[in-house]
Design a protein around this ligand. Structure first.
Ligand code: G1P
Ligand code: ZN
Length: 550
């Protein structure tokens, strides 16, 4: 095998965000772009030398446009960098949680996941790449910072001349001196799910006439959901809709929320309430997000985390109880109330899944979640969409109540954290930065100030010291807390690829069950007005409505 050293001019924009490097497909296709970043990963993780002897990596992606080409490029480069073996999902497919599962199960050195998560795909869409370490989780900041630094100084990358590897048949072959094993992308993951949940009880629930609709949004979870829900749990064929992964996700935006999962929402909110399935669920491009719906009923991701926590011991994998819970800062405090009652700690971390990994590795938390449709546990080191759906199915199978009834009983016990997120997408970056500066500029005069019924208790720019490794993350979002536990948070997205996205997170606590049926937007109207006033949102952005309301 001849290793070819290809000269490159380094790029300056390969800074991985909260979930890896994401750019337009055309950028990744430009000469040397992907190669430069992949070499920066290898140089960082292998200390500017060849891979250690016996080094095995996992490789797969969400199947979006450019996935297959990228896999071939990375395989050739892995061979040239001395990797001994790569486990590749059949067809180049591995959902993000399944990749995490495979990295952990086979104790590999790490893995490369190709995905831009919920961002649209296709030739004009986005592509993405990230490195996960041997714990199965996204690389910590010190690695991603080092990769970025390396990407800016590289002058060459290593590859081999070899034909493409066949990705479509399970089996193994060699590429240069490297072994390539094409693995079933679903089997290991499905086995893990079967070890965590009471499949017998769920099968009985489904057998009793319970109906379920899972929208895979033409993204990676189609094959996983068909195998687990339809084959192993006996749900009728057709339970999984949009189940065929397509390179452009069928032209859709594979983000499981009330806006983009429109087909599922229409099914669950149809005119005849009783005709709707008992449970509706969807997952995103790479399978790590989830949305849970009942009949005419939306479970906020913050509530979903809290409800799963409160009912966790109903699932065999969690029967021994929880070590603790973690939630991202903008996620509502509903989970904190459950943790308080269970007598376990609740950690508040910055946005992004990587902050949960340290806590899970140290055995401090079992469950974690984000308001952005991410829920997960220590079974892997990524959030996990289908896992959350199976957890709900397990709870429903044991409690035999409707989704809505479970939520209402939960609120009656713990109170309701009424919650909503307003996103303003594709703002000019300087305008978005101006909004943040405006809010921060008000901090000095805010504490103690009254806005109608609301009195400001505190305001800050959230920062976090990791309790395990002591690392400090600053500038994680502007928080304005009120005396009654209500809260407004302003934050700029770290994952958008067009301009800037401003997120405003709104939360009000309602202890009174008589008021639990209120419409969230109505209940939050006062806080929304305060948020607009504080940020001069309309004057500064010219927007009168959010792009997406969740
Ligand atoms: C968004 C979500 C965040 C999540 C991330 C990756 O990031 O808000 O919770 O971890 O996607 O899925 P953001 O665009 O807000 O930086
Ligand atoms: Zn995702």
């Amino acid at each position: 095998m001849t290793i070819r050293i290809v000269a490159t001019t380094p790029f300056n924009d390969q800074k991985p965000g909260t979930s890896g490097l994401r750019k337009k497909v055309a950028v990744f296709q430009s000469s040397g772009y992907l190669e430069n970043f992949v070499q920066a990963i290898f140089d960082t993780i292998f200390d500017n030398a060849a891979a250690p002897p016996g080094c095995t990596l996992v490789l797969g992606g969400d199947g979006r446009y450019f996935n297959r080409e990228a896999i071939q490029i990375i395989l050739r480069m892995a061979a040239a960098n001395g990797v001994a073996k790569v486990l590749v999902g059949q067809g180049g497919i591995l959902s993000t949680p399944a990749a995490s599962c495979v990295i952990r199960k086979y104790a590999t050195f790490g893995g490369i996941i190709l995905s831009a998560s919920h961002n649209p795909g296709g030739p004009d869409g986005d592509f993405g790449i990230k490195y996960n370490t041997d714990n199965g989780g996204p690389a910590p900041e010190k690695i991603t910072d080092a990769v970025f630094a390396r990407s800016r100084e590289l002058t060459s990358y290593r590859t081999v001349d070899a034909p493409d590897v066949g990705l479509d048949q399970v089996g193994s072959c060699t590429l240069g001196g490297m072994r390539v094993e094409i693995i079933d992308p679903v089997a290991d993951y499905a086995e893990l799910m079967e070890s965590l949940f009471d499949f017998g009880a769920i099968r009985a629930l489904i057998g009793s006439g319970f109906r379920l609709c899972f929208d895979a949004m033409h993204a990676v979870t189609g094959p996983y959901a068909r195998e687990i829900l339809e084959r192993r749990l006996g749900a009728p064929a057709g339970t999984v809709i949009n189940g065929v992964p397509l390179p452009d996700f069928g032209g859709g935006h594979p983000d499981p929320n009330l806006t983009y999962a429109g087909q599922l929402v229409a099914i669950m909110y149809g005119p005849d309430r009783n005709a709707a399935p008992d449970l509706g669920a969807a997952s995103d491009g790479d399978g790590d997000r989830n949305m849970i719906l009942g009949r005419h009923f939306f479970v906020t991701p913050s509530d979903s985390l809290a409800i799963i926590a409160a009912n966790a011991t109903l699932a065999p994998g969690y029967a021994a109880g929880l070590a603790g819970i973690a939630r991202s800062m903008p996620t509502s405090a509903a989970a904190d109330r459950v943790a308080g009652k269970l007598g376990v700690p609740c950690y508040e971390t910055p946005t992004g899944w990587k902050f949960f990994g340290n806590l899970m590795d140290a055995g401090k938390v079992t469950l974690c979640g984000e308001e952005s449709f991410g829920t997960g546990s220590s079974h892997v080191r990524e959030k996990d969409g289908l896992w959350a759906v199976l957890f709900w199915l397990n709870i429903l199978a044991k409690r035999r109540l409707s989704v809505e009834e479970i939520a209402h009983r939960h609120w009656a016990e713990f109170g309701r954290n009424i919650y909503s997120r307003h996103d303003y997408e594709a703002l000019p970056s300087d305008v978005a930065a101006g909004v943040m500066a405006q809010v921060k500029g008000r901090f000095a005069e805010l504490t103690g100030r009254r806005f109608g019924d609301y009195r400001v208790k505190f305001c800050d720019d959230f920062s976090y010291t990791d309790p395990i490794d002591g690392s400090l993350s600053t500038g994680q979002g502007l928080r304005i807390g009120f005396d009654d536990g209500s809260r407004i948070v302003f934050r700029l997205s770290g994952t958008g690829t067009e301009g800037a996205t401003l997120r405003i997170y709104l939360e009000a606590f309602e202890p009174d069950p008589a008021r639990h049926r209120v419409d969230a937007q109505q209940a939050l109207a006062g806080l929304i007005d305060i948020a607009h006033e504080l940020s001069q949102l309309k004057q500064r952005t010219g927007r009168t409505q959010p792009t997406v309301i969740t």
